[in-house]
Write a protein that binds this ligand. Structure first.
Ligand SMILES: Cc1cc2nc3c(=O)[nH]c(=O)nc-3n(C[C@H](O)[C@H](O)[C@H](O)COP(=O)(O)O)c2cc1C
Length: 285
């Protein structure tokens, strides 16, 4: 599959086959893709723990969040859950990454002078600006680039995923042995799709013209119909949801998974559970 087609086929897959394990190689490929992503100062603060349901210790499985308002069942059924976290210790080590870039010929022209400049100017500057940089969210944005690359590789490998911004408390942190100076960013369920890989069609996206401008906000970036045609032929732009059989497919999946008809039915129960989990967390439980 070409990259454009992979992008076109990437859509959130909430229904995964619980009985079909995911090959370790495929997960490795996702992690390899995340490792290569761009990162400010080559800091590489995105780390992950892969929870493989078939081999995970019981205390790790027991520490998984009860879920979210739109997907509690996903944590109970996914064969693999990748816990992506930002490791702030790596930001503290940024000076070494910059020196490596000089050695690699990626930064600066004259190696010795460039190392000197880093020590005298740039590293002290970054050290002084660290809190401001943290507040701007660029570290998290770069982690997102890594997760996005991993996600595209997953689809190229025939897998489906759902990124979940779940409340993940101390219990999970402890079970996974996360470093103190770290934060869980996102949890990503991974497996073979139980729904049609098209998942009912491409999800609605805001019109191109409303989102992108040329030179000034308000002057829409021109959308060339010939490019739209080309991307449609390449499989990047697809039929938008819902495809005609989607409602029947959802009914079928609902029965298979024993879910309620309205995802919101889960909310009161989940809110109670999440609140209890948060209170437990504050008590250090
Ligand atoms: C940061 C992030 C958090 C998300 N959290 C959830 C979630 O908690 N539960 C869920 O079912 N989907 C979650 N999603 C999936 C989005 O709802 C989904 O991307 C969106 O509806 C668009 O669909 P598409 O990915 O198929 O284009 C999340 C996606 C992202 C990127």
């Amino acid at each position: 599959m070409e990259l454009k087609e992979v992008i076109g086929r990437r859509r959130t897959i909430r229904f995964l086959r619980p009985y079909r394990p995911v090959e370790r190689e495929k997960i490795q490929k996702m992690l390899e893709a995340a490792r290569l992503a761009s990162f400010w100062g080559n800091v590489q603060a995105l780390d992950a723990v892969v929870i493989e349901r078939a081999t995970a210790p019981q205390d790790v499985l027991d520490a998984l969040p009860v879920g979210t308002a739109i997907g509690g069942f996903q944590f109970r059924t996914a064969p693999v859950i990748i816990v992506w976290f930002v490791n702030w210790d790596r930001v503290d080590d940024q000076g070494n990454r910059l020196h490596e870039l000089v050695d690699a010929g990626a930064l600066g022209v004259h190696p010795q002078k460039s190392h000197q400049y880093l020590d005298d100017v740039l590293i002290p500057f970054f050290n002084a600006a660290r809190e401001g940089i943290r507040d701007r969210g660029i570290t998290e944005a770069d982690c997102g680039q890594g997760i996005a690359q991993a996600t595209l590789v997953a689809y190229e490998e025939g897998l489906g995923t759902c990124v979940i911004a779940a409340f993940a408390g101390k219990k999970l942190r402890r079970a996974l042995r996360l470093p103190d100076n770290s934060e869980i960013l996102l949890m990503q369920t991974v497996g073979y799709p139980a729904e049609d890989p098209l998942a009912g069609g491409q999800r609605p996206k805001l019109p191109f013209e409303q989102k992108f401008s040329l030179n000034r906000v308000g002057d829409a970036f021109p959308r060339d119909a010939a490019v739209v045609d080309e991307l449609t032929r390449a499989g990047m732009l697809c039929e938008t949801a819902p495809l005609p059989y989607r409602r029947d497919e959802l009914r079928y999946l609902q029965e298979q998974y024993g879910l309620s008809e309205v995802f919101g039915d889960e909310i009161p129960e989940l809110v109670k559970a999440v609140t209890a989990e948060a209170a437990d967390d504050q008590r250090g439980g």
